[in-house]
Design a protein around this ligand. Structure first.
Ligand code: AMP
Length: 409
């Protein structure tokens, strides 16, 4: 049913010998940074790319690492320089890492030319050029001309039609592949799409309904339970005629979005696989110390807003999770950053850990969702933590990611 590409159809770094070759490796070093202390807060993405880098080094290849960091919007800015990665990467790999102050141009060519086998050169932030996000062919060509083999190890941006993801591979013929992290991400998605052990439960929360609504339309067909929490729930409740007070509704919800919501509600009426919270914790302002009380999600008084799921909803959702064999979670079910409204999200995290202990396969993605697991110190008790929230969600739509298509075409 699903068009997701099978992992054994895609070449990985293990299909190449990199000896004397220059590998252009697109990594995702877009790590969270504390700009006051100038420190990397979480190095997971760097750590996850290490096996691929080590494979190329052990082959005696040369590596040119390319990545983005932050949102510099096409302008060079010191704050988003990738130079900050150099000491940490060097420490992890126990070798010096060379750095190029730009990602294209004569100096970069010279730096690449001087690379010896087993050496690594990290190029400056790709997004210092607007051409990266525009998917510019000329920019991609300049980057592609730096190496012999292209490796995509940036799952988290592989749903984007950016130059370094979907255009560069066009210049490499059959000399292109994915990295080991990317392989693992795809394998885990395969466990959900099509191959997932039933019952399959998909929990979607968070705030941005616009980014998740099309996904619901697709998962309706194979998920046994779709649990909707957080800010995602309120537009549905409003459409069903409930009173949601001043609960979050994403701005500029257009007619198209409303039509999709209606369509989802209709389809799920037949399949009976869409579940909403029953009771919610409401607040009189968006504040951790706001006055709070518990009411039905359908009758939130004017001037109040739902900021978390309440005990009955927690039990309702956790019971479903407990009976599931495959669980996918993206998006907190409340404003978990406020300790007084974090119980729902933390309870969900614990329920998924328990189900995993009993043998369920759990896949969790998205920065906020993983942060909430870390709050409960249970991030290591999940089957797989995805490095890409957006890419993971996009994969749930019956589609092969553009970055993967570029490797197999
Ligand atoms: P997303 O990026 O769409 O996954 O959204 C994550 C954000 O959704 C987090 O910062 C949460 O605080 C927020 N969120 C979750 N539930 C609610 C809610 N009921 N009202 C407002 N924001 C929420």
């Amino acid at each position: 049913m699903y068009d997701m590409i099978k992992i054994n159809q895609i070449k990985t770094v293990n299909d190449f010998n990199f000896k004397d070759k220059i590998a252009i490796v697109r990594v995702d070093f877009n790590v969270p940074i504390n700009h006051f202390s100038h420190k990397i807060i979480d190095d997971t993405r760097i750590q996850y790319s290490i096996p691929t880098i080590q494979k190329i080094i052990s082959d005696h290849g040369k590596i040119v690492l390319i990545s983005h960091l932050g949102r510099p919007k096409g302008k060079h800015c010191k704050r988003d320089s990738l130079k900050i990665i150099v000491p940490l990467l060097s420490k992890i790999l126990q070798i010096p890492i060379k750095f190029s102050e730009d990602c294209i141009g004569e100096n970069v060519k010279k730096n690449v030319f001087e690379l010896k086998n087993k050496e690594i050169l990290l190029l400056e932030n790709l997004r210092f050029y607007k051409e990266e996000e525009e998917g510019n062919k000329n920019f991609a060509f300049k980057l592609a001309s730096l190496g012999n083999i292209y490796v995509n190890e940036a799952f988290s941006v592989s749903h984007r039609s950016h130059a370094s993801i979907s255009v560069i591979p066009k210049f490499f013929g059959n000399k292109k592949c994915i990295g080991l992290l990317m392989k693992k991400e795809i394998q885990c998605l395969e466990k959900i799409l099509g191959k997932g052990r039933k019952p399959i439960t998909i929990l979607l929360g968070g705030a941005k309904i616009s980014s998740k609504i099309n996904i619901i339309e697709h998962i309706i067909h194979f998920a046994d339970h779709i649990l909707i929490g957080g800010g995602m729930a309120y537009p549905f409740i409003k459409m069903q005629g409930g009173n949601i007070g001043k609960s979050m509704i994403e701005k500029d919800q257009n007619e198209k979005t409303k039509k999709i919501l209606k369509n989802i509600l209709n389809k799920c009426k037949k399949k009976k696989n869409l579940f909403f919270p029953k009771d919610v914790v409401i607040a009189d302002s968006f504040n951790n110390h706001a006055n709070k009380k518990i009411v039905s999600i359908h009758s939130i008084p004017n001037g109040w807003m739902g900021l978390d799921i309440a005990p009955n909803s927690i039990k309702y959702f956790c019971d479903i999770i407990n009976q599931s064999n495959t669980i996918f979670w993206n998006g907190p079910v409340g404003v978990f950053e406020f300790s007084n409204f974090s119980l729902g999200t933390r309870s969900i995290a614990k329920a998924i850990v328990n189900a995993t202990k009993k043998g369920a396969f759990s896949l969790i993605g998205g920065g906020d969702t993983i942060a909430s697991l870390k709050m409960e110190k249970c991030e290591k008790k999940i089957s797989y933590l995805s490095t890409g929230g957006g890419a993971m969600l996009e994969s749930l739509k019956n589609e092969t990611l553009t970055g993967i298509k570029a490797i197999i075409s």
